[in-house]
Write a protein that binds this ligand. Structure first.
Ligand code: SF4
Length: 354
């Protein structure tokens, strides 16, 4: 099975690396679009809703990208040569009714499409659109049965069973779209990780990405929480990994998260590769700073995304973010930034001595 997660994907995009060296701005490779902030679940660890986490301080749950604006964004994305779009939250992206039309528009323009989802609406036209045009779907999970799922997400019992049915049905559509899941490890669920992976393999999902729940923006508190279960989680991951074969993989992203908080670099090169469009029609640096004042690059309410992205205002904002000062919180791109910075620092004469 080929590898789908890597911190080195940036190596495939020389235009963006050249632009960074010259402090120019070219089109991002990948955009995350948050179509809607409404969600039908209420996960206790959701970075956009949980009080103890920094994200989403300015998020309005009623925001959604107007349909006409969404199509304008899709057309800009195609015209700019952006390679991939992932729909994500904010809210639950598959609750955005016209998403199938947006997916089709992007795919027809040659843009690869993916979505993060809770899977509750992975059915009917939504499922068919991604089955036909999607590169991947990743369903977030944190539970092992109806009761644990209902408790973790503040919803009625029975939703876990329906989710499993949705995923089973999706695997029967005969699609090339990769169906992945992420298992967000907490103190409450870690002892059920291996059995959940076995269930998901039986369902027919392609992989389970195992990741740690971020429970605090305080690095010491976050680490304390996970240290208490780390040995047991390792044991569960080892047992789950015994399920790996050509059609199923357990991908281990569980680790201490302290390295993702403190940063010693003064610009964020990853911003030239990935950007985020929020349901409030603001462009944000990244998912870790979406719906925060510091993360806002600018509004596209009164202008197109393309016009904004290539503006001097955006260039100044992109190169003005100082992670050592502005991002002393969890950052999903930290390892990628370390790798990109390492590459950009290479001496031009010495790079030939591989
Ligand atoms: S360093 Fe991380 S948190 Fe800060 S802007 Fe870059 S991607 Fe976002």
């Amino acid at each position: 099975m080929s590898q789908i997660y890597s911190n080195l994907k940036f190596l495939g995009f020389g235009d963006q690396l050249d632009a960074l060296r010259e402090r120019r701005v070219v089109a991002p490779v990948h955009i995350r679009i948050k179509p809607i902030n409404h969600c039908n679940h209420n996960c206790w660890y959701c970075a956009y809703r949980a009080d103890q986490l920094q994200l989403g301080e300015q998020m309005d749950l009623k925001d959604r990208i107007p349909e006409a604006k969404m199509m304008e964004i899709a057309d800009d994305v195609v015209a700019m040569g952006v390679k991939a779009v992932t729909f994500s939250g904010g809210g639950e992206p598959l609750l955005y009714k016209t998403l199938p039309e947006v997916v089709e528009r992007l795919a027809q323009g040659g843009v690869r499409v993916a979505t993060l989802t809770n899977g509750s609406n992975l059915q009917g036209r939504m499922a068919e659109a991604f089955a036909q045009h999607g590169t991947w779907i990743r369903v977030s999970l944190d539970s092992w049965d109806d009761d644990s799922y209902a408790k973790s997400r503040g919803i009625a019992s029975g939703a876990f069973t329906r989710l499993i049915e949705n995923m089973r049905a999706f695997t029967k559509l005969g699609s090339k779209c990769v169906l992945g899941t992420s298992f967000i490890v907490s103190q409450d669920n870690h002892s059920h990780l291996a059995e959940t992976c076995a269930l998901l393999k039986d369902v027919g999902v392609d992989h389970v990405k195992v990741a740690a729940a971020v429970v605090s923006n305080d690095v010491a508190e976050n680490n304390r929480y996970h240290r208490a279960i780390m040995a047991a989680v390792s044991d569960q991951i080892e047992r789950a990994s015994a399920l790996n074969d050509d059609g199923f993989q357990v991908v281990n992203h569980y680790h201490e998260t302290d390295e993702r908080f403190e940063k010693d670099y003064q610009t964020c090169p990853f911003l030239q590769f990935l950007t985020v469009i929020g349901a409030d029609q603001h462009v944000y640096t990244c998912q870790d700073k979406a719906y925060t004042e510091l993360g806002s690059l600018g509004s596209i309410k009164e202008r197109s995304f393309k016009e904004f992205w290539f503006s001097d205002e955006n260039r100044q904002r992109l190169y003005g973010v100082d992670p050592s000062q502005h991002c002393r919180h969890h950052c999903v791109a930290h390892r990628k930034n370390l790798a990109i910075n390492d590459y950009l620092r290479l001496d031009n004469d010495h790079r030939f001595f591989v």
